[in-house]
Design a protein around this ligand. Structure first.
Ligand code: BES
Ligand code: MN
Ligand code: ZN
Length: 497
């Protein structure tokens, strides 16, 4: 999508479709008023007839060749003027984008950023528009032999009219941020939507190499023998039941001063999780191709960071393998030794994410990170606790937790904090090893986080459990690209301090 920013009267713009907002009670936005005047009271007449009442998300396409320099006008309901918050605004923009995509317009002028949205300035509203239009264009049909019938003419240019010259710079910056986040989200969704037989650990490693070439990241890939020399006994125990070689993918973006300690992102990269010997039930097992969404979000966030050229150092680490049942696979009761030296009793082979993450977290210490954030589809318990509105957040550092919560709030990609109290740690006691890999029925998302905390002593660490947010199941099945929005916002914020 190509964006241009203009100043001046929106009614004068020559475009395939002009998009204007109307609040509930047929209250016209400034652009709608301008259009109404230019078109001889057209909108007021439509309002009188009851065709535009401003109901939130409602759209009306009005052919208007005679009145404007645009042959189409798309009127979009914004709902109650004093009730419009960021979530509602996003929903409104999404329905506008969908309606627009159904027309033959290849370009459009979108004035919706002038709507007043609670706690969101013009820049924020612009970003919401850019991200929503990107999402509405997303398709994953590369594995279908017949591509979904897309219009031969598709929307490719958007004009954003801005009232004051003084706000052009802020709007331009927001467009750039929105586009960067969108490419990150799209990369994460594409990687995640690919099935396990295509998106293997080796495939992910190749994609990292691609980022190395296109975005000058420094990439290194550790093989199983290299992991063996590092004594990553926990990670290696998970991959033993698989025929695909495990990979530890390391991507370095260096935009900050040499001496500035990096933010390290560690993403769970299980390209398929069947549960291992503690096999999962068959229903919905296909969705476990999404068990690499944490890793995918690390790819996406690094892409967005590199596109924005943020003045920070960011390192992405993606431990990647499969969890399958096999004669060589982990068995319940097995005890393995992690890179940290701690021994782990594997009581359930399906709690494998923490087994690969713990070694990746230990490895990450060598980068002397300022903050380390792991991202993982870690527990079904987190889905039960929070559903899909928020990812679970755990942290041993107040400031880091606050920064991530705020980034979630302002990007609309929310997280909610859960505790790491030491009462929960007890649940991980094992009679035979230093720690057990599961903590019983109660507080499953928390005990999983407690397990990881045993490997992040002396680090500023946070853990995002994205099992409920990274993808949709059922008839809307597909990856969401979360939490690329949250993480990129966090890094943008940090680069400003
Ligand atoms: N990848 C799953 C977690 C998961 C479950 C993600 C559902 C998305 C949707 C993870 O490896 C797992 O299997 N966790 C177990 C842990 C249990 C054995 C303690 C779970 O949540 O059931
Ligand atoms: Mn599992
Ligand atoms: Zn898993």
């Amino acid at each position: 999508m190509k964006y241009t920013i203009t100043t001046g009267d929106c009614a004068d713009i020559s475009t395939d479709c002009l998009v204007v907002g109307v609040y509930a009670g047929s209250k016209l936005t400034p652009s709608a008023i301008a259009v109404d005047q230019a078109a001889g009271g057209l909108l007021k007449r439509l309002a009188k007839r009851g065709d535009i009442e401003g109901e939130s998300g409602h759209t009306l396409l009005v052919p208007c060749e005679d009145h404007l320099r645009a042959p189409r006008l798309l009127v979009v309901g914004l709902g109650d003027a004093d009730q419009l918050d960021a979530d509602e605004f996003l929903a409104v923009v999404r329905s506008a984008a969908t309606a627009l995509q159904r027309t033959g317009a290849t370009n459009a002028a979108v004035t919706l950023a002038e709507a007043k949205v609670k706690q969101r300035d013009l820049g924020d509203r612009t970003r919401i528009i850019v991200e929503a239009f990107a999402v509405s264009r997303y398709r994953f049909d590369r594995l279908k032999s017949k591509k979904s019938k897309s219009k031969n003419r598709t929307l490719s240019k958007i004009v954003l009219p801005v009232k004051e010259k003084s706000s052009v710079a802020a709007v331009r910056r927001s467009v750039r941020e929105g586009e960067a986040v969108s490419s990150g989200v799209q990369l994460a969704r594409d990687l995640a939507n690919l099935p396990g037989n295509i998106c293997t650990p080796s495939y992910l490693a190749e994609q990292a190499r691609k980022l190395q070439r296109s975005h000058q990241l420094k990439v290194s890939i550790l093989s199983e023998p290299q992991m063996r020399s590092l004594k990553m006994g926990s990670l290696l125990s998970v991959t033993r039941g698989s025929r695909e070689p495990a990979k530890l993918i390391i991507m370095e973006y260096r935009g900050g001063a040499k001496s500035s300690p990096p933010v390290v992102l560690v993403g769970k990269g299980l390209t398929f999780d069947a549960g291992g010997i503690s096999l999962k039930p068959a229903g919905k097992m296909d969705e476990m191709k999404y068990d690499m969404c944490g890793g995918a979000s690390v790819f996406g966030t690094l892409l967005a960071t590199a596109e924005l050229k943020l003045p920070l150092n960011v390192i992405g680490i993606v431990p990647s393998c499969e969890n399958l049942p096999d004669g060589a696979a982990n068995k319940p009761g097995d005890i393995v030794k992690s890179m940290s030296g701690q021994t782990i009793e594997i009581l359930n082979t399906d709690a494998e994410g923490r087994l690969i993450l713990c070694d990746a977290l230990t490895y990450a210490k060598r980068f002397k990170p300022d903050a380390i954030i792991d991202i993982a589809t870690l527990t079904g318990a987190c889905v039960i606790a929070l559903g899909d509105p928020a990812s679970g957040l755990f942290s041993n550092n107040e400031q880091l937790a606050k920064g991530l919560l705020e980034a979630g709030e302002s990007s609309g990609d929310r997280a909610w904090r859960l505790p790491l109290w030491k009462q929960y740690q007890k649940q991980l006691n094992s009679p035979f090893a230093d720690i057990a890999n599961i903590g019983g029925r109660g507080g499953g998302a928390i005990t999983a986080a407690c397990f990881l905390s045993r490997f992040t002593d002396n680090l500023n660490w946070a853990h995002l459990d994205i099992a409920g947010t990274a993808y949709h199941s059922g008839n809307k099945k597909g990856a969401t690209g979360r939490p690329v929005g949250l993480l990129t916002q966090f890094l943008i914020q940090r680069s400003r301090n």
